[in-house]
Ligand binder design. Structure first.
Ligand code: FES
Length: 615
């Protein structure tokens, strides 16, 4: 069958594709990470690319979403344009550079799950014709193992005779509890590495660790390639359920990503991936199921149960993880259908289960996971915040990547900072939050979120921003950067509709906090600390979060950023079998409140969409 050549610029990467493939599919075959916030359904308009050669007539979707000027310049939607001739495509310069949070601080005691033991196995004798396995067991007994309890997989028995003889009966046994998972010739006890993963709906972060010292040897990250099948958990569950081989495609995509990150981390650190023996996985419940190749179907329908919540240990071979095949995969336990192992990992890292004081732990993403409590009681919920905080469904929104305005300052004049410097391309969640907070404080928007006509604004300080107030497509808007100052020649602004989206997202989060406080009988004043985890939580301005009511106002001075706590928890679970067991205790101990069935939830949510302290 004939194929067409697509060249991506800048960089000149070439890829051959079948006729009729979309540019989105071509990007995928080229291994280029790109954002498809609406899952490639032609709804968000965020996958703009420029066709330098080989452009065809725009599709109906493109005509609907793109301006006439853009169409004339060759701008198209990567998810909509099909390739029916050779093509050269210019990508936006932010395609690869995502600002993914990888840091987080934690000190804990190392107690590896796996052990390597050097054994000198006795040679067989004519008068003692003991089997190879029997003699290996005898040697392990001398290291304190109970021979009768030892388990060995058949695959290992197959290799045992040759390995023993090649190594002159001096081998290293890799042990996981009473199971012997690997045998290696000679002494390999000096090295044992592992990788801890945090698989998010949007990004995957992996940490390469020395399992003996706990030293971090490298950090790698990438966008979750499942994004091309759906931007959020719900659309991925729908894809898994409704599309042919949907589950298999999602499972394959995440496995491929994990294996790619393992290779990348090993190459960067100059180590052999066969020295990696342990992998831990922290993920939300849906990502957890997709990683295991388990259908997430019943997570999305009442009563929203998962197939498995308990911690799972699997072999690397069984899960096709490309590390030493004696290795093990440690999957952290989930708390509920929408409060997953990533939250368990956050709790492990923040030690809420050991805290005498009441704390509020919030991980804000498309779904905001919120946990309130202490070592006496922990109650969790999941608030359907939607993707507004990640920049989706916001007219100028984008993720926290190069080119995104991340903070906005209302000083004598409007100022902002841009990730990576340079001209802005859009705004990310933290800038949306700052802008709404600033507009509220200046009285430019009222408590219902309405952008007021200039004549109705009574605060004289707001007069300095008169020129920023404009009308866009028939609705009021607030201009952050005009077309001449942006990297793409389109203005960056916040529209009335964006503020409505923001209100829904912050309303969902604030209602979640309120329901947990009611459930636990705790008032805001009783909360000693608010711990913010995850990318958005770590970049937001606490004052803006409190002004807008995302977090109760009286807690502003108690807010603390805890970095990528899910990643930190995953590392702890990998480095310490005790911490892994603690994760199971946390998941079993945490109570879960289903917000949808909480009495009067709808009215609590509606009330929380307002900006209460403003008039
Ligand atoms: S329009 Fe293409 S990803 Fe949304």
């Amino acid at each position: 069958m004939r194929s067409y050549k697509v060249i991506f610029q800048p960089g000149g990467l070439e890829v051959k594709v079948q006729p009729g493939n979309t540019i989105m599919e071509a990007l995928e075959s080229a291994g280029i990470s790109a954002d498809f916030p609406c899952g490639g359904r032609g709804k968000c308009g965020k996958c703009r690319v420029k066709i330098l050669a080989g452009a065809e007539e725009p599709t109906a979707i493109e005509r609907d979403i793109l301006e006439a000027q853009e169409l004339a310049e060759g701008i198209r939607l990567a998810c909509s344009t099909r390739i029916n001739r050779d093509m050269t495509v210019q990508l936006p310069n932010y395609t690869h550079q995502h600002n993914i949070l990888t840091s987080g601080k934690k000190i804990f005691q190392i107690e590896p799950h796996l052990k390597k033991i050097l054994v000198e196995v006795k040679k067989p004798l004519l008068d003692k014709q003991y089997s190879d396995w029997r003699r290996l067991k005898d040697s392990l007994e001398q290291h304190g193992y109970n021979g009768d309890a030892l388990e060995v997989p058949v695959s290992l028995v197959r290799r045992l005779p040759e390995t023993l003889r090649k190594a002159n009966h001096r081998i290293t046994a890799v042990m996981c509890g009473s199971q012997i998972t690997g045998i290696e010739e000679q002494d390999t006890t000096g090295t044992m590495l592992g990788m801890a993963f945090d698989i998010g709906t949007t990004t995957i972060v992996g940490y390469l660790l020395d399992l003996y010292s706990g030293q971090e040897l490298g950090v790698v990250s990438m966008l979750n390639p499942q994004t091309r099948f759906g931007a959020d958990v719900i659309s991925r569950i729908a894809f898994a359920n409704q599309e042919e081989d949907g589950l298999a495609k999602l499972h394959a995509a995440v496995l491929e990503a994990i294996n790619k990150l393992i290779r990348e981390a090993a190459d960067q650190a100059g180590v052999d991936k066969r020295d990696i023996y342990g992998v831990s996985i922290a993920a939300n419940t849906c990502m957890h199921h997709l990683f295991l190749g388990v259908s997430p179907r019943y997570i999305a329908v009442a009563p929203y149960v998962s197939a498995v919540s308990e911690p799972l240990v699997a072999s690397a071979a069984e899960l096709k993880i490309d590390i030493n095949q004696a290795g093990k995969i440690f999957v952290l336990p989930n708390i509920a259908g929408f409060v997953g192992a990533d939250t368990t990992a956050v709790l492990l890292a923040t030690e809420l289960d050991r805290s005498e004081e009441v704390k509020l732990v919030i991980d804000i993403g498309t779904n905001g996971e919120i946990v309130l409590g202490s070592r006496d009681r922990m109650v969790a919920c999941s608030a359907a915040a939607g993707p507004a905080f990640e920049g989706a469904r916001i007219s100028s929104g984008m993720r926290g990547a190069a080119g995104a305005i991340d903070h906005v300052y209302f000083r004598d004049r409007l100022e902002y900072s841009v990730i990576g410097g340079g001209s802005p391309l859009g705004i990310c969640g933290s800038a949306l939050l700052d802008t709404v907070a600033g507009l509220l404080e200046l009285g430019i928007i009222n408590k219902r979120g309405r952008i007021l006509p200039f004549e109705q604004i009574t605060n004289t300080k707001a007069h300095a921003y008169k020129d920023h107030l404009l009308e866009h497509k028939g609705e009021p808007a607030f201009l952050l950067a005009d077309a001449g100052k942006t990297g793409h020649g389109r203005p960056v602004m916040i529209t009335q509709n964006d503020i409505r989206e923001f209100q829904l997202a912050k309303g969902a989060m604030a209602a979640g906090v309120k329901v947990l406080m009611e459930t636990c009988g705790i008032k805001a004043g009783d909360i000693k600390e608010v711990l913010l985890a995850g990318a958005f939580g770590n970049y937001l301005t606490p004052h803006s979060a409190c002004v807008t009511g995302l977090i109760p106002l009286e807690l502003e001075s108690k807010i603390k950023m805890v970095g990528n706590a899910a990643g930190t928890g995953s590392k702890q679970a990998l480095l310490s079998s005790r911490e892994y067991r603690r994760a199971a205790e946390i998941a079993g101990f945490a109570e879960f409140v289903e917000l949808g069935s909480y009495p009067k939830f709808n009215s609590i949510f509606a009330e929380c969409t307002y900006f209460k302290q403003f008039h």
